[in-house]
Design a protein around this ligand. Structure first.
Ligand code: URA
Length: 182
């Protein structure tokens, strides 16, 4: 078993915070261990909790369709979340949950995958890496933090809710593809 698989196994059995009490499945994330791009969302939603896989609901489908328009396929990227268990009723993940799950699992996943670009999805994910940044100001603009390259995207669920955010999401994904090419 690879180290990344052993992290996933620990996540599936994790009881470090109360989110474990309401979950059907923990969602460690998935994708190639050598992925150059790592996508980091907020936390599993209802579908993700049921299936144990990240971004398999409506917002995930929209995100993957948008990435496909620039030639990025699901099997090319590693997809995970800040917190690995569904917050009840899809509430926001709490700072202590993000800290515990992030310091215990996400940091390790990043270290093991060592991606060239981390794509953050939404303000909580951006906040983990660039705490002072405002997502409405910096989405679509690469950020250099502690030797890592962060590319902030709006959260796809937000993009699905508002046509102007949807368009911004699509523009940012195109810029991401251009950025990767150069
Ligand atoms: N939203 C997220 O942030 N993550 C998922 O896995 C699904 C929806």
């Amino acid at each position: 078993m690879s180290e990344l698989e052993s992290v996933a196994r620990r996540i599936l059995n994790c009881t470090l915070c109360d989110l474990c009490q309401g979950r059907t499945h923990a969602v460690p994330g998935e994708g190639p261990e050598q992925a150059r791009i790592m996508l980091i969302g907020e936390g599993p939603g209802a579908q993700e909790d049921l299936q144990g896989r990240p971004f398999v609901g409506a917002s995930g489908q929209f995100m993957m369709e948008t990435l496909a328009t620039v030639g990025l396929r699901r099997q090319d990227v590693f997809i995970t979340n800040l917190v690995k268990c569904r917050p009840p009723g899809n509430r926001d993940p709490q700072p202590d949950e993000i800290l515990m799950c992030g310091d215990t699992y996400l940091n390790l996943q990043i270290e093991l995958i060592d991606p060239q670009i981390i794509v953050t999805l939404g303000r909580f994910s951006l906040g983990r890496f660039v705490p002072q940044a405002s997502i409405s100001r910096v989405h679509g603009q690469p950020q250099h933090v502690g030797g890592r390259l962060i590319y902030p995207l709006l959260h796809p669920a937000a993009a699905l809710r508002r046509p102007e955010w949807r368009q911004a999401f699509q523009v940012d994904v195109q810029r991401l593809a251009d950025f990767i090419k150069n």
